[in-house]
Design a protein around this ligand. Structure first.
Ligand code: PRX
Length: 663
């Protein structure tokens, strides 16, 4: 993408859409009156953060976290861009999520679980605490200790949260791998993290099928992963799986004789709580490393500010624990504030497209947080599904993962929220740890498609190519964060230089580069315009074009591949691949059998979400004379739009016909 026109086209388009989209939705009166943060409080918080930035965060950290040793120093910037927060304090994340609630809400339900087949389970804070302690003792009994990396590859069941909290309890660093990722992806992550243990299940239920997690784990470990000593296997699907008695232990056997007490390992504020792998534009996925205290603090304050969490809420975030949303807004955030969270194992369309709404009705969900892709998919199924259920318990709706189109926003607002629920469109990233730009719903009006304003203590802005602040409204630019914040990533595991280059390189350490382009309207509201790098956003999940390309060229028939995103009504972005084969190009560039094979292949290499939606075969890829693939051109072609770009630098202009599927 060249810098001169990087934002120009998009901005014009966005301005047009805003002109049609100038609706403003003030908070409903009742909601505003009862909100945790009212307009005046928000203004005060903003003011405090402005006046005394470090003091603002220090006060919150003292108030919101339970410390074993209180901190005295707030922010250390002496080794920027490596920042330390509250760095002489000691605490434990599982203590903050469990123990501190026992006296006041030990019998309160912590987790309501529903399986895809309809089985349900409830765990009180006391029961959850017991299970976490027993499992933590089990981990210790097989030699797992502070600082060890433990990979969690589980379905969406309470044990996923239990495993995370048990790791946190003993100071082990967890790295959750999404259950939809393939054996190959699991292997890469285990090896990069140098993990000593995998926690998995025989299988999980999703989409009416069994997800073969144990089989995938065995495959991953079959040729590599030398650091793994143990595999802990949860019995969930109860189907036969291979057990290697030297290496594998059933979860229920491990916890059988463990005591219900496990003293938390008090760790430094900066101790890594977890690694979570996410895609970048180049190379392999990066292990985003988060801290303990800072991470937990932003998780807590955003639960209160953005989700307006109250003691009697039933809170449901539909994300899988394999993504950052499942870390911050399924596990750590809701439990740290002592709320009741709902967890659902399966797909939204089993047995039909009313499942989410039935769950909301049955469990009286009051706060519902999901992704635009799910909203669009369910909207497409028709209003009759939500209309069959009583959704009157819902008082707040949220979205995350990608820009939400106003049409989907309005459907969510009208059909699900019955026009009386604010919608919090939350912008953030794996790297930011928690919501950064999002409405405080009782204190401000929302606009369909805008994530609104930066939260107190978050200094978000937009700059141009040279790093100058863009002050004029509706001018697109790079979204940056100008000051460090507590829940920011600390580094990339095993690759600190990549951390420095990716996030701090462009503006020479001055600003954190989010990797998104954005603009602000005349009221200062942020509108996210999309990624500035080669990162795809498929169903709200990040995938690097390089990852998919590497998977394609690993196939014996493929010589070269280029992958671009193509707008998709449901998924946000679909994957369009241009492939050059080692042998002859198929006639007219079409080979359905091979396409099917390559899709399956990519699914095995990465996971089903990475399967290209379309593949077009050509004799060559469009390259400049210096050998760079012209991705912008490929994006135009994938969209089926007319080519207006200058193609004179193209080495092989004749290739255009083939790429367009015309010959
Ligand atoms: O491009 C932005 C988009 O998702 C990216 C972060 O992806 P990931 O690390 O997988 O985390 C997703 C869940 C936090 C961002 O760089 N994104 C996320 N939320 C929004 C969004 N784009 C527009 N609006 C949002 N609310």
């Amino acid at each position: 993408m060249s810098s001169d026109n990087m934002f120009g086209n998009n901005v014009t388009k966005n301005i047009e859409s805003t002109l049609q989209e100038d609706r403003l939705f003030p908070p409903p009166d009742g909601f505003a009156a009862a909100a945790n943060i009212k307009k005046t409080t928000l203004a005060e918080l903003q003011q405090q953060a402005k006046q005394d930035y470090e003091g603002f965060w220090a006060n919150l950290a003292h108030q919101e976290l339970n410390w074993q040793h209180a901190f005295s120093a707030t922010l250390d910037s002496s080794n920027a861009p490596h920042f330390r927060w509250f760095y002489d304090g000691q605490l434990n994340a599982s203590y903050n999520c469990l123990d501190r609630h026992l006296a006041s809400r030990g019998d309160k339900t912590a987790i309501i679980f529903e399986g895809e087949k309809g089985d349900t389970q409830q765990l009180s804070y006391r029961q959850l605490h017991t299970k976490v302690c027993q499992f933590a003792n089990g981990l210790k009994s097989i030699g797992i200790k502070k600082g060890d990396r433990v990979v969690i590859y589980l379905p969406m069941v309470p044990e996923a949260a239990i495993a995370m909290l048990a790791c946190a309890r003993i100071g082990a660093i967890h790295s959750v791998v999404f259950g939809g990722f393939s054996a190959e992806s699991l292997k890469d992550r285990i090896e990069d993290a140098g993990a000593v243990c995998v926690i998995t299940a025989d299988g999980g239920h999703r989409g009416g099928k069994i997800i073969e997690l144990k089989a995938a784990t065995d495959k991953a470990l079959a040729n590599g992963c030398q650091t793994i000593n143990h595999v802990i296997v949860l019995q969930r699907s109860h189907h036969d799986v291979a057990i290697d008695t030297q290496r594998d232990i059933w979860w229920h056997t491990l916890v059988e004789n463990q005591t219900e007490h496990c003293e938390p390992e008090w760790v430094n504020s900066e101790h890594p709580l977890f690694l979570l792998y996410t895609s970048g534009s180049t190379g392999k996925p990066k292990g985003i490393q988060h801290s303990t205290a800072g991470y937990l603090l932003n998780a807590i304050v955003t639960m209160k500010w953005v989700f307006d969490i109250k003691d009697d809420d039933i809170y449901w975030c539909t994300a899988d624990v394999g993504w950052v949303t499942g870390h911050t807004y399924v596990t750590y955030g809701p439990l740290a504030v002592g709320s009741t969270l709902l967890m659902y194992e399966g797909a939204p369309i089993i047995p039909d497209a009313g499942r989410f709404w039935k769950i909301c009705q049955d469990h009286k969900v009051s706060i519902f947080y999901t992704a635009p892709t799910a909203i669009r998919a369910l909207m497409k199924q028709g209003d009759q599904h939500p209309n069959r259920y009583d959704l009157s318990s819902i008082r707040l709706l949220g979205t995350v993962g990608e820009p939400i189109n106003p049409e989907a926003w309005m459907w969510y607002h009208t059909v699900i929220g019955k026009k009386h629920c604010p919608i919090v469109d939350t912008w953030w990233q794996t790297e930011t740890g928690a919501n950064m730009i999002a409405p405080v719903p009782g204190a401000m009006a929302t606009k369909p498609g805008s994530c609104t304003l930066a939260l107190p203590g978050i200094d978000a802005d937009i700059v141009d190519e040279a790093g100058n602040l863009i002050t004029a409204p509706n001018q697109g630019g790079y979204l940056v964060i100008k000051k460090p914040w507590p829940s920011m990533l600390r580094t990339i595991w095993n690759d600190d230089q990549r951390y420095i280059d990716t996030y701090w390189g462009k503006f020479e350490g001055k600003y954190y580069l989010a990797g998104d382009s954005a603009r602000r309207d005349d009221q200062g509201y942020f509108w996210i315009m999309g990624r500035i790098d080669d990162v795809l956003n498929v169903s709200g999940h990040r995938l690097g074009t390089m990852e998919v390309e590497s998977a394609l060229v690993a196939h014996p028939d493929v010589a070269e591949a280029a992958v671009v995103g193509k707008p998709d009504d449901i998924k946000g972005e679909g994957i369009f691949a241009f492939v050059v084969l080692k042998g002859q190009r198929p006639e007219n560039g079409i080979d359905d059998m091979l396409t099917q094979e390559l899709r399956t292949w990519v699914g095995e290499q990465i996971g089903a979400i990475a399967k290209p939606d379309a593949i077009r075969y050509a004799d060559n890829l469009p390259k400049t004379r210096s050998g760079k693939i012209m991705r912008r051109l490929l994006r135009t072609i994938a969209k089926g739009e007319k080519i207006t770009q200058d193609t004179s630098t193209l080495e092989n202009e004749a290739i255009l016909e083939q790429l367009q599927g015309k010959s």
